[in-house]
Design a binder for this molecule. Structure first.
Ligand SMILES: CC(=O)SCCNC(=O)CCNC(=O)[C@H](O)C(C)(C)COP(=O)(O)OP(=O)(O)OC[C@H]1O[C@@H](n2cnc3c(N)ncnc32)[C@H](O)[C@@H]1OP(=O)(O)O
Ligand SMILES: O=CC(=O)O
Ligand SMILES: [Mg+2]
Length: 518
């Protein structure tokens, strides 16, 4: 491989991978890289500068320079076909079995995930693109032992692809000697191979500012122009899942307004970002055990209420997030609890005005649909529910210290054990796993490890044992917890310690994890 000038593919291009990495596709990736990668790197630098300001005592707030956008009278484009009724969206990775199961699930939308639920192993990155292309062509099937999986004839969910965030490189594709961007790779390959077959729709993760949204908008305009597609062919729903982005919801919608399909409340990364951004700022930003931070604590409530209000004012969909309880086909009690918890979560969201929400498992599609059916009836959404009763200030969003709960040894044990087990799965190629009947993915693992880091570096004393959180305590707990698990977790443990207790806080655990992969 490497016939396109300036492009070098260092991952294997075996079997059908050549169907994805065609010369034309490589050439498009090279164009995207040359047009946009320098700006991407500048924006990543800007994140660091903003973080340094926060570490030095600064804070977050609504931007004075964009007041006219927040106060202006504008709307995003009309909802696009396939994205008008989004009452239930299933998420999951793009291996062949999950792809088929998601497309047969009865959901309105499938978020095909190359992000939180995916390990960006080369085989997953390119294999996922093959599955997506085959699925969109109606030609995907899969066999496991005696069982054959095929797409059914009924209505299928609209496919919405979530590319990697701006921070992740794709080290197997070099352009002019530099690794290209994971975001541009995932976007570029999916757009290139599918835009004539299906509508190219995306979910955009982990953005920290409207300037990052502007870059995506420029990428979309470039792709539409290059392939002669009308403006607005591409649509994108942005995850509001970083603390800074919660202060720029209007601005993000505005930047993408011709391509916008709304916003989503990405609660898990949001909680991670809250911890990360103020991790050195002591008690005012200290969260209790992660499993006790519910969606109704003051700062979470402020964030979701503002999201619905902002979206509906602009004619944009507001999509709810993920309840992490996983149903079980084997254990009726686990199943009962999961259905009860997910029903309560979706009921709150539908009542608050969200237009639809996420589920992690096919057995939850009906639960979410029933709840939203109850509120929406025959209407496809509730964009007309303006929520003018909502008024959220910067102080409301920043009220992290008002979160009730305690830091406990049980919480620390859970964070260490689940964090290491998740990283073990990730390193082996699975980005989403069920642990203790909960869905764990990159975002939930980020909470575990950043919470350990925060407690350790802010001198937290655990409420139930009175012990001070130290490196020695974290190591001892790891010894004890991992002894209960009958497999070699040494590599995952080393990685966990690197991202949870080292003095230097690593921005994303997926960065050192990716370095460990071939
Ligand atoms: C923070 C965020 O970003 S949330 C969004 C990102 N996270 C996700 O997308 C997680 C999605 N969910 C999953 O990956 C899975 O549900 C897991 C890993 C949590 C659990 O999966 P499993 O252990 O396979 O669950 P289980 O055994 O109950 O699955 C039953 C069947 O449902 C299928 N299934 C489960 N979840 C999904 C899904 N999300 N999409 C499609 N099919 C699914 C399984 O493949 C299995 O199929 P089979 O009977 O044909 O073998
Ligand atoms: O991507 C979703 C999240 O909650 O994080
Ligand atoms: Mg996320």
């Amino acid at each position: 491989m490497g016939t396109v000038q300036g492009v070098e593919i260092t991952g294997p291009v075996d079997g059908r991978f050549a169907e994805i990495l065609t010369e034309e596709a490589q050439s498009f990736l090279a164009d995207l890289h040359r047009a946009f990668d320098a700006r991407r790197l500048e924006l990543l630098e800007a994140r660091k500068e903003r973080e340094a300001e926060l570490a030095a005592g600064g804070t977050l707030g609504f931007l004075p320079e964009t007041r006219n956008i927040r106060e202006g009278d504008w709307r995003v484009a009309e909802p696009a076909p396939g994205l008008i009724d989004r009452r239930v969206e299933i998420t999951g990775p793009t291996d062949a079995k999950m792809t088929i199961n998601a497309l047969n699930s009865g959901a309105k939308v499938w978020l095909a995930d190359h992000e939180d639920a995916n390990t960006p192993l080369w085989a997953n990155v390119i294999g996922g693109q093959l599955n997506l292309r085959d699925a969109n062509a109606g030609a995907l099937s899969y066999t496991s032992g005696e069982k054959r999986y095929a797409l059914t004839d009924g209505p299928r969910p609209t496919v919405v692809v979530r590319p990697r965030g701006w921070h992740l490189p794709e080290k197997h594709i070099l352009v002019d000697g530099a690794p290209t961007s994971g975001s541009l790779t995932d976007f570029g390959l999916y757009f290139f191979h599918n835009h004539l077959v299906t509508r190219p729709y995306f979910y955009l993760p982990k953005m920290e500012s409207h300037l990052e949204a502007r870059l995506w908008n420029e990428v979309f305009a470039f792709a539409e122009e290059r392939f002669g597609r009308p403006t607005g062919t591409i649509r994108a729903t942005v995850l509001i899942e970083t603390f800074p982005a919660a202060f720029e919801m209007d601005e993000i919608l505005y930047e993408l307004r011709e391509h916008s399909a709304g916003l989503n409340a990405g609660r898990w990364d949001f909680m991670f970002s809250v911890i990360k951004k103020f991790r050195t700022r002591g008690k005012d930003f200290l969260l209790p055990d992660r499993n006790t931070v519910t969606m109704t604590v003051p700062f979470m409530r402020a964030y979701t209420e503002l999201l619905v209000r902002t979206c509906h004012k602009r004619g944009a969909h507001a999509i709810g997030g993920m309840a992490a309880f996983i149903p079980s086909r084997r254990d009726p009690e686990v199943n009962r609890v999961a259905l009860e918890k997910v029903t309560a979560d979706k009921t709150r969201e539908a009542g608050d005005g969200f237009d639809g929400s996420w589920v992690a498992h096919p057995d939850l599609v009906g639960v979410c649909r029933d709840v939203f059916d109850g509120v929406l009836g025959d209407r496809p959404n509730q964009l007309d529910r303006l929520r003018e009763d909502v008024s959220v200030s910067a102080a409301d969003l920043l009220a992290v210290g008002d979160t009730p709960g305690q830091q406990t040894e049980a919480g620390l044990r859970n964070a260490v054990s689940v964090g290491v087990q998740y990283l073990d799965a990730w390193l082996k190629g699975s980005g989403a796993v069920a642990i203790n009947n909960m869905m764990e993915d990159a975002a939930t693992a980020e909470i575990s490890r950043s919470q350990v880091w925060q407690w350790l570096h802010n001198g937290v004393t655990l409420a139930d044992t009175g012990a001070l959180v130290t490196r020695e305590l974290v190591e001892r707990i790891a010894d004890e917890e991992l002894a209960l698990i009958d497999r070699d977790l040494s590599e995952a443990r080393a990685l966990f310690m690197e991202v949870a207790v080292a003095d230097e806080f690593i921005d994303f655990l997926t960065l050192p994890a990716y370095d460990r992969m071939p």
